[in-house]
Ligand binder design. Structure first.
Ligand code: HEC
Length: 115
């Protein structure tokens, strides 16, 4: 590495560290990247691409979520926590933070039409 590159690299590194010190992730700030992983591991089996292989009418598309009052992080977090009919509850398997993350991811994907 040339001297200039080292300096630039160091400045970047310091900025990233400083940013994390100034803005630490707050307790319940949802993390949709983590949410994506949780969805893949726990939800995709039934809800691949925002569908529902068990009850087709209860999919995760925006229009459907709106129709059933599920178009908010709170509502999604609630069904994930407590389950409903053939969907099991996740409160024993996921932490509250993980449920917030997966709910935020689900809503985000619905808003983007699962693309
Ligand atoms: C075993 C299959 C299965 C798994 C796994 C599953 N679900 Fe579901 N999900 C369902 C079924 C069935 C329903 C419909 C429940 C009802 O209203 O009767 C549903 C409903 C929903 C709804 C409401 C949809 C609507 O249109 O009303 C949301 C949101 C949802 N699931 C999110 C999730 C998330 C997030 C996960 C992972 C943490 C997950 N589900 C895991 C089967 C599953």
């Amino acid at each position: 590495m040339r001297f200039n590159q080292k300096i630039t690299f160091s400045i970047c590194l310091i900025s990233v560290i400083a940013f994390n010190i100034i803005f630490p992730s707050t307790a319940f700030a949802a993390n949709t990247t983590n949410g994506a992983k949780i969805f893949e591991a726990n939800c995709a089996g039934c809800h691949i691409n925002g569908g529902n292989i068990v009850r087709r009418g209860k999919n995760l598309k925006m229009r459907t979520l709106k129709m059933y009052g599920m178009d908010s992080v709170d509502a999604i977090a609630s069904i994930v926590t407590n389950g409903k009919n053939n969907m099991s509850a996740y409160k024993e398997r996921l932490t509250e933070q993980e449920i917030q993350d997966v709910a935020a991811y689900t809503l985000q994907q619905a808003q983007q039409n699962w693309h």
